[in-house]
Design a protein around this ligand. Structure first.
Ligand code: GLU
Length: 293
């Protein structure tokens, strides 16, 4: 493995093996690869498989097959998040020590039901940038004794970030450098828009936000290149970087490849799946053209 050098840019493509790769993934992978090669930098692949129920070795094997077929070469060993749960737990522990996380006992379904009941009566409930209702405050205000009792009773719980306390702790506006296809320049982060985000799930000892942030730092990623659908999530990543004293990469959120219906592609979309396109006889150059490169 090449010795990481701070002046060499480091890019990564970070798919989740919970479905087949499609044209949107191809665009992301090509961009990361080409930008890394163009800058004499490194191109890493990271398998984001903390959701061990939905991620499978078969989907992971297909990722390697599809990317190799596209002509991409990445460094080995590949980082697989499922092998690093203790690392994420350590980061969570640091946030716990400074009193910024709490056990959250409501499931997503319970939150949705409560919000639906309120909205049915004409009430309004705040939603995050992805449209999910913000987590209610109930659990944030429980006493330590109450929390312990509920945990001892065997109640399933996640861990969430106390957003108010986290923002107080950082106590300054946060920005990131953006060079992507949407808003560019110095972007002010708005982590409060996400409410008390989940940092460790009841069924996985981490969350997307926590593992992606600490892994980007652990792997020395200097440039995060990913779809515009993750633009708003960057606010949470900047906050976690500030809280955990992690370096700050540059961000490039690229346009999304849309389906014929004008919507974002999904992993179940057969016709835009890379394996389906390969079996129709298309090659990597045709895929590059299809994604507008
Ligand atoms: N694993 C995420 C996905 O497949 C991407 C995470 C990232 O690039 O930050 O959507």
């Amino acid at each position: 493995m090449p010795v990481p050098s701070p002046d060499k840019p480091v890019y990564r493509f970070a798919p989740s093996p919970n479905g087949n790769l499609h044209l949107g993934h191809a665009l992301s992978a090509f961009l990361n690869h080409d930008l890394a090669r163009g800058a004499g930098g490194r191109f890493l692949l990271r398998i984001e498989d903390i959701d061990t129920a939905r991620c499978t070795p078969e989907f992971e094997a297909r990722i390697y097959r599809d990317l190799a077929w596209l002509g991409l070469e990445w460094e080995n060993p590949v980082r697989r998040q499922s092998e690093h749960f203790t690392f994420y737990a350590a980061a969570l522990g640091r946030l716990n020590e400074i009193g910024l996380i709490y056990p959250a006992f409501m499931t997503r379904g319970e939150v949705k039901a409560r919000v639906a009941a309120l909205e049915a009566m004409g009430g309004v409930w705040p939603r995050d940038p992805d449209g999910s209702p913000l987590y209610p405050e109930d659990d944030r205000h429980r006493s330590e004794t109450e929390r312990r009792t509920l945990i001892e009773k065997g109640l399933r719980h996640a861990f969430r970030l106390d957003m108010h306390k986290a923002l107080e702790q950082v106590n300054r506006p946060l920005f990131w450098t953006e060079t992507g296809d949407g808003r560019k320049g110095s972007i002010e982060a708005d982590p409060a828009a996400w409410g008390d985000v989940i940092l460790s799930r009841s069924d996985a000892a981490s969350s997307y936000h926590l593992s992606v942030t600490v892994d980007d730092a652990a792997q020395g990623i200097t440039h995060v290149v990913r779809g515009l659908d993750l633009f708003a999530a960057t606010s949470v990543h900047r906050l976690l970087q500030a809280l955990l004293d992690l370096p700050e990469p540059c961000y490039h959120h690229h346009r999304l490849v849309l389906g014929a219906d004008g919507r974002k592609l999904s992993k179940s979309e057969g016709s835009t799946g890379l394996a389906a396109l390969r079996s129709q006889g298309l090659g990597p150059d045709a895929i590059r053209r299809l994604v507008g490169l």
